[in-house]
Ligand binder design. Structure first.
Ligand code: 6PG
Length: 233
């Protein structure tokens, strides 16, 4: 375990072990109840499957998403769709509410709808995030004006990596307000981004470096390959 700038780095042996740790954290959150944010991409899929096995009763939580691709929920690129198959369909007791981002409304319509859906919710209990090889988190990409948004909690965004469809994303202030931010990152292709996001100075060039819980905890679960550069320093 390595403590860096306001973040705890937990290094697991491989991607499977990192997914297991993330699943345990998600299952704990399901038991504790509250507002839990899931993320997209491919890395969390195994963690969702394992979390459903560890805790099949998610009736105490309301689920939210960090970002969404502007596609219908049954599209194979949908972040909601991935979580539906990997997690929701495996539960014995469904979450009290499932607040999916409505990709089918388009990026601006979908973001406006999500802000309405958020109501007066000011902070999440747990936010799960991945990290792109370019350092992006949610759909907040390097050096984009979306990183400067301070007034809104959800906004529309352009994709800068595949799949190249518009996005809806939570904003940095909303992510930072969480009681707990948990990154899950695996794979050698992420090693440079991990170094910049978790052991470097805050920079718009690496959005992951800008996400630290301002009044909570921030943890990065890494596998050995993703941690290679931070461990060699
Ligand atoms: C998305 C995401 C995105 C993701 C990273 C890492 O919609 O793609 O929410 O921010 O977390 O791109 O994705 P991988 O785990 O697939 O590398």
């Amino acid at each position: 375990m390595v403590r860096g700038r306001e973040i705890e780095l937990v290094v697991a042996e491989d991607a499977a072990a990192a997914a297991q740790l993330a699943a345990e954290r998600l299952a704990h959150a399901a038991r504790a109840g509250g507002h839990v944010v899931l993320t997209g991409g491919s890395t969390p899929r195994r963690a969702y499957e394992l979390a459903a096995g560890l805790e099949p009763d998610w009736s105490h939580v309301e689920l939210w998403w960090s970002d969404e691709r502007c596609v219908p929920p049954d599209d194979e690129r949908s972040n909601y769709g991935m979580a539906e198959v990997a997690l929701l369909d495996r539960l014995a007791s469904a979450p009290a509410a499932v607040h999916r981002m409505r990709g089918e409304l388009g990026r601006d319509g979908g973001a406006e709808q999500y802000e309405r859906e958020l109501g007066d919710l000011a902070r999440f209990d747990l936010v799960l995030l991945g990290l792109g090889a370019d350092g992006h988190i949610a759909s907040l990409y390097p050096d984009q004006p979306t990183l400067d948004e301070t007034g809104r909690r959800a906004i529309g965004a352009e994709a800068h990596l595949q799949p190249f469809v518009d996005r809806i994303t939570l904003t940095l202030p909303m992510l930072r307000a969480a009681r707990e931010v948990l990154f899950l990152v695996a794979g050698a292709d992420k090693a440079d981004a991990v170094q910049r996001a978790f052991a470097g100075e805050p920079s718009h060039a690496t959005p992951g470096s800008l996400v630290r819980a301002v009044a909570g905890t921030t943890t990065a679960l890494l596998d050995t390959a993703a941690a290679a550069q931070v461990l060699s320093k």
